[in-house]
Design a protein around this ligand. Structure first.
Ligand code: ATP
Length: 231
């Protein structure tokens, strides 16, 4: 579904990513781990067409997409839920969801409301007045409205209580079961790996470790660096 090969990318003359390789298969959940500033957001931006790579290849659904504009990629089935959610705060939940379906003309709300029933109770509510957890549900649901083949979610747990994070993460296997692949950037490493098939560790712009979720959970370096202390 997604193949990133020897990708290098940066901002202006400042390089950030060096020779990064990553794959995500159909229906797979993959977590990208790494310390602050490692380049995780930069990698998602490059994949979703917001940044032009300086070298390397990105293939999505058997087509080369490096440098293709973000709005085109949404139509081809690649969706990015950015850090901080970026909802239209003054619009209702219903209208935020409608916007998500516009580019592909999908207007079927039922599937996303089945996934996040809390949103069904709040369709007329202004998105800016939702709780943090509900806003994250709304942002993911908005992304799913275009029925993507791959959804990338940056910092899902940012500012949310662990119980809410677990509630949202528990939905990801249901999304993957429909064939939609999920690429997740997550600080809550333990929770993220518990629902992932595989993971990668990015440090200072380079991939330093990858493997199955079980392999990474058992890895001493991952445990020391990323697991919640005392967990
Ligand atoms: P975090 O977990 O803190 O969000 P991250 O792994 O997502 O970190 P990035 O946000 O990708 O890291 O940042 C990687 C590097 O790129 C950092 O050194 C950052 O300062 C730099 N960077 C990010 N955005 C820009 C920008 N718009 N212009 C210049 N440099 C940037």
């Amino acid at each position: 579904m997604l193949e990133v090969d020897a990708l290098s990318c940066g901002y202006g003359r400042t390089p950030v990513l060096h020779d990064v390789t990553l794959t995500v298969a159909e229906g797979e959940i993959v977590t990208l781990l790494g310390p602050n500033g490692a380049g995780k957001t930069t990698l998602l931006r490059a994949i979703s067409g917001l940044l032009r790579p300086s070298s390397g290849r990105i293939r999505f659904a058997d087509r080369e997409i490096a440098g293709v504009a973000a709005e085109k990629l949404v139509r081809r089935g690649l969706v990015h839920v950015p850090e901080g959610r970026r909802l239209f705060a003054g619009l209702s939940v219903r209208d935020n969801l409608r916007v998500g379906g516009w580019s592909t003309r999908h207007t079927d709300l039922d599937q996303v409301l089945t996934l996040f029933p809390r949103l069904a109770e709040r369709l007329p509510q202004t998105a800016g007045t939702l709780s943090g957890g509900e806003q994250q549900m709304c942002a993911i649901a908005r992304g799913l409205m275009s029925r993507p083949r791959l959804i990338m979610i940056d910092e899902l747990s940012l500012g949310l209580a662990p119980l809410v994070v677990d509630e949202i993460l528990a939905r990801l296997p249901e999304i993957a079961a429909t064939g939609t692949a999920v690429l997740l950037v997550e600080q809550d490493v333990d929770a993220a790996l518990s629902i992932s098939h595989r993971g990668y560790v990015l440090e200072t712009g380079a991939m330093v470790l990858s493997g199955t979720a079980d392999h990474l959970r058992a890895d001493r370096r991952v445990q020391d660096a990323y697991f919640r202390k005392g967990a």
